[in-house]
Design a protein around this ligand. Structure first.
Ligand SMILES: Nc1ncnc2c1ncn2[C@@H]1O[C@H](COP(=O)(O)OP(=O)(O)OP(=O)(O)O)[C@@H](O)[C@H]1O
Length: 492
């Protein structure tokens, strides 16, 4: 052991002495000579490529951490970092820094090395893979092997159900992501059966739609607006959608996005086969209305604008990835700028509302295994819709006791109280009342009538907003001018 350490120390000293003694130019020349006469090519696969996420890097990460490589890897000692996330069934592996693994593909050795460079200033790590192989195999690598990596990574991800959950940290997607293990699926989601069926069909058509989108010349993406009062299952539906498609989730809180350029960066650095979720879009007060934006105001460029958001959803920027779903959620659909809602931006509008008798039956099946004596069932049927209880409230009551009869009686008591105005939402605000359309009405007639009223209100609101922003701008200009003119004595 002692001799190994002393050899290592000698090598380190020698290397630094060579670095000091031999001029940099000579070192570069030697390296280029070695490269020229080397029989190998090296492909460098960086995390980011051409200003956006490098699909190949992500695929290599999954591929090199997956079982297939362990069985195929044949040569030399390998160092892997191994771990297990809470709730995850499997161990996850990744190549350790500077360690190399070799696998054979069609009889050709492929040498993989993981490299990392820690940047002190930005406290970030720059990571990349190096793939080395014989020069004569370049055609085979670019023609087959790289495609094989992408394909295998997709299979491993699907098998392991690796749904990543990304959040924003300091204007970037956080590098340490969590694996989403949300148990909600379309089987455990209480939803109008027709709506559920149409959603599943829509998602299936979308995920199989590569050729279709290519044929019609549109970006392979789809927008969903989920709206309804709190507790009606918007987040649950998102989890069911991501579990169904096995797409990762990128959770975007617009209040954490300072400007259009940050939004642009985030979108360019999302992976394909993913869902961008913008929850409570109506609460994003920071978005500058495009009508109110003063084009001459340079500070406007530093802000998140509606036009920046529109461009992200269906402008050229939205074509930078494929197989992407965008989901907006809101409790108040009428507060969203109509420009965001038009088809092509939000293609499917899903209204989620209070519990219907059908939804209750589904919840009963999930929580109580379909146990519901006829007498109690009749009472619940009478009470459920007038009470305007959300699925979350009903689910909460059903979970209160392990004794099904006690749970159902508790629910009846809750619904009676709520229906007579004594419940927590007994004096619900008027806007919430508007959601009392049938749970699952994708594009109902009631909806059209309501939208007609909305647009007249919206026009008025937009006009007032425009005036308000103009007044604010004027005020800040006046204050700035006044500050400049103020005599020095008053500035103390
Ligand atoms: N349709 C549903 N089917 C089954 N469970 C539901 C449904 N809706 C709500 N729940 C239950 O209620 C809980 C809260 O629902 P969820 O968070 O999905 O509502 P939400 O509409 O997203 O609420 P918010 O607007 O407050 O975010 C869920 O964890 C789930 O247990």
């Amino acid at each position: 052991m002692g001799s190994v350490l002393s050899i290592a120390a000698t090598v380190t000293i020698l290397r630094s002495t060579i670095n000091q003694l031999i001029p940099k130019e000579l070192q570069d020349y030697t390296t280029s000579l070695i490269r020229r006469y080397s029989t190998e090519h090296t492909l460098v696969i960086k995390e980011s490529h051409g200003g956006s996420n490098n699909q190949l890097f992500e695929a290599a990460m999954v591929y090199l951490g997956g079982d297939p490589l362990f069985s195929a890897a044949s040569v030399g000692p390998q160092r892997f970092e191994v771990g297990k996330r809470e709730n995850s069934k499997n161990f996850t592996y990744c190549l350790d820094r500077d360690s190399e693994v070799v696998e054979e593909f069609k009889g050709v050795p492929m040498k993989w090395k993981f490299r990392m460079n820690s940047k002190q200033e930005s406290k970030t790590d720059e990571c990349w893979y190096e793939l080395r192989f014989h020069k004569k195999d370049l055609k085979m690598v670019s023609g087959h092997y790289l495609a094989h990596i992408l394909e295998m990574a997709k299979i491993i991800k699907d098998q392991n159900h690796l749904i990543k959950f990304h959040t924003v940290r300091y204007d970037r997607w956080a590098t340490s992501t969590s694996t989403l293990i949300h148990p909600m699926t379309f089987d455990t989601l209480a939803l109008d059966e027709e709506l559920k069926k149409s959603l599943i069909e829509d998602l299936t058509a979308f995920s199989n739609g590569k050729d279709y989108y290519q044929k019609i010349g549109k970006a392979w993406k789809r927008g969903y607006l989920l709206y309804g009062p709190p507790g009606t299952g918007k987040s649950s539906l998102i989890a069911a959608m991501s579990n169904f498609l096995n797409y990762s989730i990128y959770n975007l809180n617009l209040s954490n996005v300072e400007s259009d350029s940050v939004l642009e960066y985030l979108l360019l650095h999302m992976s394909n086969r993913s869902i961008l979720v913008v929850e409570d879009i109506d609460c994003s007060a920071k978005i500058q209305n495009r009508r109110s934006g003063d084009k001459t105001d340079s500070s406007a460029k530093q802000k998140l604008t509606l036009s920046g958001l529109l461009n992200a959803i269906d402008g050229l920027l939205s074509c930078c990835g494929e197989e992407r779903i965008i989901i907006f959620t809101t409790n108040y659909k009428d507060r969203i700028d109509p420009a965001l809602l038009r088809p092509g931006r939000m293609d499917v509008h899903v209204s989620l509302s209070y519990c219907t008798f059908q939804t209750f039956n589904k919840l009963c099946q999930i929580y109580l295994g379909d146990y519901c004596p006829e007498t109690l069932l009749c009472q619940i049927k009478e009470l459920i819709e007038p009470a305007k209880a959300t699925p979350a409230e009903v689910a909460g009551e059903l979970m209160k006791s392990r004794d099904p009869t006690a749970s159902l009686k508790g629910l009846i008591e809750f619904l009676t109280k709520k229906g007579s105005g004594g419940g927590s939402n007994g004096n619900a605000p008027k806007e919430e009342e508007e959601f009392a359309v049938n749970n699952g009405n994708l594009n109902g007639a009631t909806e059209n009538a309501r939208m007609a009223m909305e647009s007249s209100y919206k026009a008025e609101i937009l006009e007032l907003q425009t005036k308000l922003v103009a007044t604010e701008n004027k005020l800040s200009d006046l204050v700035a001018a006044w500050e400049k003119l103020r005599p020095a004595s008053t500035m103390r």
